[in-house]
Write a protein that binds this ligand. Sequence first.
Ligand SMILES: C[S@@+](CC[C@H](N)C(=O)[O-])C[C@H]1O[C@@H](n2cnc3c(N)ncnc32)[C@H](O)[C@@H]1O
Length: 243
Amino acid sequence: MNRKKLIQEIFRKTNFDTYLEIGCSKGKSFLPVRCKTKIAVDPDFKITRTRKLLWFIKNPYNVNCKYFEETSDDFFRLRVDLLNSCETLDVVLVDGLHTFRDSLNDVLNSLNYLNPNGIIIIHDCLPPDNTSAMPAMLFPNLEEQNVEGWTSEWYGDVWKSIIYLRSNFPELLDVSVIDSDYGLGIVRIKNKIDGKLKIDEKSFNAIDQMTYKEMIESKESVLNLKSSDYARKIIEEISAHNN
Ligand SMILES: C[S@@+](CC[C@H](N)C(=O)[O-])C[C@H]1O[C@@H](n2cnc3c(N)ncnc32)[C@H](O)[C@@H]1O
């Protein structure tokens, strides 16, 4: 199951009505979503006017979607009124800047507005090789440097956010990764969260030292890796609470 199917299935099987996508690009995962309130955030959208018009016809829910051409940090700083006016965010896709810090900030900021029965999906939590998993600082130079194994695909070190969330909030959050579509991180609320969750720099720095090789060697346990079947289980659980 890939991210597009997972998101569409969740909306098909529940009465959820609010979707936020951080990092939207051409709208491949965003435009097919069918729900009342759709919000997309990206500092550099790649959806052409024609594509938008075509998708109005294919999916009428696109007529009312809201686009914010800005970074996710700016979005969460500037759009507090809008976020408070949505009752809650039901489904969030975190697929923006593929760094440890940005993906973690995106998750923590989204949690402030998440429906207690909602879900955050984080794309690219299990990159296929070391080169595509390079931290962002190294990424801009990889192409020029003729790095062995470089294929122009970059997933970054988003996987560290999974480890951070699992080690820092085991009582509050249920966190796992579905072994599909380059790793679909799943975050759900286990127990009520009081106040805003903040990044603990000491823990962040310790996890930041971890290498891709170390993560791969123990991926089942550190990522709480699950097979594709787990996606069906999650959909069933969420829909049992929402119908
Ligand atoms: C991999 S693409 C998203 C793909 C899309 N979600 C899909 O499934 O088709 C990543 C996007 O993140 C955007 N991005 C980069 N930095 C960002 C930031 N700080 N906040 C939000 N989005 C960002 C990029 O412009 C790019 O369009």
